[in-house]
Design a protein around this ligand. Sequence first.
Ligand code: GDP
Length: 411
Amino acid sequence: MENSSSNNRFRSTVFNHDDEDQDKEYVGFATLPNQVHRKSVKKGFDFTLMVAGESGLGKSTLVNSLFLTDLYKDRKLLNAEERITQTVEITKHTVDIEEKGVKLKLTIVDTPGFGDAVNNTECWKSVADYIDQQFEQYFRDESGLNRKNIQDNRVHCCLYFISPFGHGLRPLDVEFMKALHEKVNIVPVLAKADTLTPSEVKKKKIKIREEIEQYGIKIYQFPDCDSDEDEEFKQQDLELKESIPFAVIGSNTVVEAKGKRVRGRLYPWGIVEVENSAHCDFVKLRNMLVRTHMQDLKDVTRETHYENYRAQCIQSMTRMVVKERNRNKLTRESGTDFPIPVVSGVTDNETEKLIREKDEEVRHANHEPESHYQHDHDHEHEPEHNTDHNECSESPANPETHSDQLVDEAL
Ligand code: GDP
């Protein structure tokens, strides 16, 4: 048994809290968490947050309040006339924040113009396209030759702002969330909660939760906490789940309340404090986003949403190759020679089997019933201009050349 003095020293620092472990031979992998920690701190962290919802609901004010920065210095507000035909624009602001030596590159993706025009049909489309484009870019980068230093612009969370003035969700809210819930982690927030009384907030939250359920909207699900967690943690977790949609208040100003300077809104009848949990859920939301669930939001983005996109992309590329090959067979038989890429050694049946297996895998990851992806197969023999906008080949950024290149890369 090797028992060098340095090993012993290490053992005493790592295991001094546990007598049983003292008797075991020390190999050293107990330091792995420290190694990972050091490496990640050195590398820094990144997080991309999207804010969406009708303009004027307080998105920019909330983002500034959340991260204590002024991210919207150069914002240009449009007048009513300009907004009539306004299309949804996507803007990106990036800030580097540092706290106790930990660096965070925070990217805020805003969607000015959303819900602003007279006709808002499909105004969620450019937002969905933006998210797909980021997935596509990542897919290209990780399938490319140089996979070092890939810039990850995938959207990890979308705060969706719900108006406090309606009776629950509006059709646009339902449409938006349904169009995006399989692409991004949606966290709904009830905007400008200071315009509602506490009982109104309570009723609205219940109504919105019911409607989310009724319309089959899949918002971000907080992971269940482990059974061995302490009671306090379990209680916090329960409160967090019951806070959905988070009732938020934003403010860009600091006011004086009970002798203290706080971020708040000053009214003739008093002050609402952004960070007072008796006034709103701002602190809960910030803790969730920054302190407790940032990594989970990133994991779900990578393991579920991106994986979905990737699987669909590979499926549509494989189908294209099969179709091309069949077409090639026909043209060859008719005497024309047309070189196209063929997946060597894979028969049609084998390809279909692979596709089915991938479908199954995706369904498992999503815990979805079997029928969901059946839809995709049903459209297999449709003309090539597929209208399912989840499909990689339908990607907005130059679709034809992109899918061609991706097939090449995949081959
Ligand atoms: P955006 O267009 O969604 O980014 O909205 P802004 O952040 O520009 O806010 C629009 C207006 O609403 C501004 O006058 C803000 O001062 C005000 N506002 C922002 N947050 C709140 C809030 O929580 N409560 C109230 N009552 N007003 C707010």
